[in-house]
Design a protein around this ligand. Structure first.
Ligand code: GLA
Length: 412
């Protein structure tokens, strides 16, 4: 039944227009892996050959993505972040990879990633230097776009260090044009609104959504629950502005998934996964897929959570209730009164909390719903929006509910 329902949703989605950058990419939030949060700017390949920013790391991650089920679950992009480049451009003025750490070059790496059925992402900077001090693209936008296209790159994250923020609303769209002019579809991730926010300039999100497939708008995620909560708070504070521009082709990016790293507990990891799905956020893991524990892998591969994240409507959810330590977030899914509800318990009292609410108070259209507690894999049939719904939420955890309209659910 759920399959048929999904088919219908996909069919309906085909007639929905794309509002974002019109390069046909990111019709749902991109999924993949990105080096920065976990591997940073470790360039010491002599002493740490497995953990440094070099071709081996990206080949290893591509292998793990294919062999451990991530590719099948929808994770697709293998993204190189900062510190990949040589400190100097070549004699023709082109960016080049560090020859010691990427002895085969980026084109060969892209070929390898493609041969595994995946896509390759890369990083540059709008200013004179990247945040890590490598050559920036200012004055070289066209040549860099061409170089990336020639290499077979499929996604570009363009950062905004060492740049004049006031020139970004004009400059980033120039890169959009340069990328489009290459004829290669390259998913464009912009950091422009984050730099505007930091300079107290209100980002023009309509312009941003026209020029970028995804965009960072807040500080970098760190390996801590505190950092995850800070980002969630920012999204709550700006939810009306941010939700208005979330659509197929254009998504807000609250930064990488840190599931399976050093800090998050299993319950916190479920919470990040659920919240990123509610936010229609890119699912870019930054972790070590070679050593990740099975319980975190399972969370990252949870089919139903991914299905919610990838909902074709592209809508971003919002916080709809705050009560004590509990926040309830709701995302409308599909086109037929379907919802995802995340009950987030920010409390630290060491026992699960029983939370009761009437679903009608969470903005669900009145009616009867079929509810699934996703992480518990528990179903509740025929639940009325007027009845009292109770759910148990662990401290620093989430109860994640998928609500289907019952009438429709039963008739397919
Ligand atoms: C900035 C970005 C990060 C990362 C680093 C690399 O801080 O926001 O995501 O790309 O630069 O130096």
């Amino acid at each position: 039944m759920v399959k048929m329902l999904q088919c219908l949703v996909v069919l309906v989605s085909l007639v929905v227009s794309v509002h974002g950058l019109d390069n046909g990419l990111a019709l749902t939030p991109p999924m993949g892996w990105m080096s920065w949060e976990r591997f940073r700017c470790n360039i010491d390949c002599k002493n740490q050959p497995n953990d440094c920013i070099g071709e081996k790391l990206f080949m290893d991650m591509a292998d793990r993505m294919v062999e451990d089920g991530f590719k099948d679950a929808g994770y697709e992009y293998v993204n190189i972040d900062d510190c990949w480049a040589s400190k100097e451009r070549d004699s023709a003025g082109k960016l080049q990879a560090d020859p010691d750490r990427f002895p085969s070059g980026i084109k060969k790496l892209a070929d390898y990633v493609h041969s595994r059925g995946l896509k390759l992402g890369i990083y540059n900077d709008f200013g004179t230097k990247t945040c890590g001090g490598y050559p920036g693209s200012l004055g070289h936008l066209e040549v860099d776009a061409k170089t990336f296209a020639e290499w077979g790159v499929d996604m570009l994250k363009m950062d905004g260090c060492y740049a004049d923020v006031k020139t970004m609303p004009q400059g980033y769209p120039n890169m959009t044009k340069a990328l489009n002019a290459t004829g290669r579809p390259i998913l464009f991730s912009c950091s422009w609104p984050d730099y505007e926010r930091a300079s107290k300039i209100q980002p023009d999100y309509k312009l941003i959504a026209k020029n970028c497939n995804i965009w960072r708008n807040y500080i970098d995620i760190q390996d801590s629950w505190d950092s995850v909560l800070k980002i969630i708070d920012y999204y709550a504070q700006e939810q009306d502005t941010l939700a208005a521009v979330s659509a197929p082709g254009s998504f807000n990016d609250p930064d990488m998934l840190i599931i399976g790293d050093f800090s998050l507990s299993v319950e916190q990891a479920k919470a990040q996964m659920a919240m990123w799905s509610i936010l229609a956020a890119p699912m870019l893991m930054s972790n070590d897929l070679r050593t990740i524990s099975p319980e975190f892998r399972e969370i990252l591969l949870n089919k139903e959570v991914i299905q919610i994240n990838q909902d074709p409507s592209g809508k971003m959810g919002k916080r709809v209730m705050q009560s004590g330590n509990v926040e309830v977030w709701s995302r409308e899914l599909g086109f037929l009164d379907e919802y995802a509800l995340a009950f987030l318990n920010r409390g630290t009292e060491g026992t699960p909390l029983n939370f009761t609410v009437q679903l009608k108070d969470l903005g669900l259209r009145p009616g009867i719903y079929f509810l699934i507690e996703i992480f518990e894999d528990k179903d509740i049939d025929d639940f009325d929006t007027d009845s009292y719904f109770s759910t148990v939420i662990t401290p620093n955890g989430v109860s994640f509910i998928h609500a289907y309209p019952s009438q429709f659910y039963n008739s397919v």
